[in-house]
Write a protein that binds this ligand. Sequence first.
Ligand code: DLZ
Ligand code: SF4
Length: 508
Amino acid sequence: MAKLIVILGDQLSPALPALREAKSDDVILLAEVQQEATYVKHHKHKIILLFSAMRHFADVLRQQNYQVTYLDYHQGHASLTAAVEQSLQQHPQLDGIMLTQCGEYRLQQEINSWQHTFGLPVEILEDDRFLCNAAMFAQWADGRKQLRMEYFYREMRRYTGLLLDSKKQPLGGQWNFDKANRKSPPADLQAIAPLQFKPDDITLEVMKLVTEHFAGNPGSADNFCYAVTGKQARQAFNHFVSEQLARFGDYQDAMVLDQPFLFHSICSIYLNCGLLDVRWMCQKVEAAYKQDKVAINAAEGFIRQLIGWREYVRGLYWLLMPDYKNRNFLNANRPLPGFYWHGDTKMRCMQQAISHTMTHAYSHHIQRLMITGNFALLAGLDVTEVTDWYLAVYADAYEWVELPNTLGMALFADDGVLASKPYAASGAYINRMSNYCQHCHYKVKDSTGDDACPFNVLYWDFLARNEQKLGSNARMQLAYKNWHNKAPEQQQALRDKAADYLIKLEQL
Ligand code: DLZ
Ligand code: SF4
C-alpha cells in the first residue's frame, strides 16, 4: 500500500510524524497553492519564508531519496485539495493519503473531507512536535473553573523536567521570574541583532515570484533576510543563546526607538513553520543556565514562553474552536484605521510597532500586546479585522497561535477565558517601558488637552464605556476606583475628548 504524504508549509521538520512513517514507495507532496497564500493578505516576507523553506526542505528530502512531488505557485493550483487531486491522478498506484494534523481549524476541516472526495483512506497523525496533545490539555482543563497559564506551565515543567532540581522543585527557588523580565530600558541600552541571512538562488527566485504575484500585499520583498533552512535556523538560535539571551532576560518587555528586535530571538518565525524543534531549543537554554552563561530569569523567561505560553494557547485553540473565533464580548466593531497598514500616524509608539511590522513581518510580543493590541482594545476595533490583521502581517502567525493571543489576550473578546483581566493600559505604561513618548507629537502626561496622549484618553473612555461588563471583575477594581475618584466634569472632559479622537481616528 503506497500513500500520498502531504506536508504543509508549516510542517517543515525532519522529525515530522508523517515523515517518520514514510515508506520508500510513498510519494511526498508539497504544494504552493492560491488558497493558502491568499486566505489573508500575508506579508510578503511570510510567503517568501514559507515558499523558500518549502523548496529547500523538498531538496533535502530528495537528497534523502524520498520521492517528492513539488507543485510551485506558477502551476496555478487553487487549493491543497486541487493539488492532492492532481497528484493522485499522476500516481494512480497510490491508495491512501497520510498527513500530520494541521495547525488551523479551517484547513483541517477541508482535509477531513478528503476521504469522501477522493474515496481513499486518510490517516491523520497527531503532531508530536508539540509537547502537549489535545487529550492531555483537555484532561488538564477538565473541571477547572479557570484555565490559567501559570498552573498549566508548572505541570509542563514537571512533565518535561526542565529547570527542575533532583527533588522536582524549580531551579532558582520559584517557578516564574516574570517580575524580573520587565526592566525599563536605560537611555544607553544597545541592541544585539539576531542573525541575518543573505538570500540564495532559491530565495531570490521566490522573492521575484512574490514581487510579481503579491504586489499589493504588505511589505517589500527586497529586504528579506530570514533563515530558510533548518541549519540556518539553528545557527540563528545558537547566536541568540550565546549573544542575546543574557540581556533578553531583563529586557523582554522593553521597547527602544528604531530597535525592532532589541534582544529578541525572532525564532518563533522558524519554530512555527517547523525549522526548529522546541525540545532542542529548551535544552540549549537550560544548558546555558547550568553552565552559568545566563541568569535564571533569562532561561526561565524563555522556556516559559515555549513550554508554557505556546503550548497553552494551542491547547485552548483546539479545545474551543470553532466557537472561539466568533467571540466578541465587548462588542468591538469599529473599522480598523488605515494606519495599521502603513504606520503613518503621529502616535510614535504605533508608528514604531507598525513600521517594524511592515518592514520585517515581525514585532515583539509587547509591541503586539501593549501597543497595537492595546490600542485596538481601547478604541474598540473590530475583532475580526484585528485578528485578520495579525494573521496577515506576522511571519510567525498561524491561527492556532494568533487567535488566542489576539482575540483572547489582547482584545479580551473571550470574556476572560485566557486572561483574568483586559490588558488595557494608558500611556504611562508605554512611557515606562520605552523611550517612544520622548519622540512623540502627543503629551503622555496629558489626558484632555489638544495634544493629549490618545492612549490616556481612550483608556478612561474604555473603562467608562465597558463598566457594565468589566465593573465586577476583581482585578479591575483599582482602575474603576480611580475612574470614580475623578470629578464629574473631569470624567465628562475625558469622554468628550475620547469622542473627538474616535471620530478622527484616521488622523491621530
Ligand atoms: C501560510 C501558508 C502560505 C502562505 N502558503 C502555503 C502554501 O502555499 N502551501 C502550504 O502547504 N502551506 C502554506 N501556508 C501554511 C498553511 O496555511 C498552514 O499549513 C495552515 O494554515 C495550517 O497551519
Ligand atoms: Fe504613544 Fe502616547 Fe507615548 Fe505618544 S505619548 S508614544 S501616543 S503612549
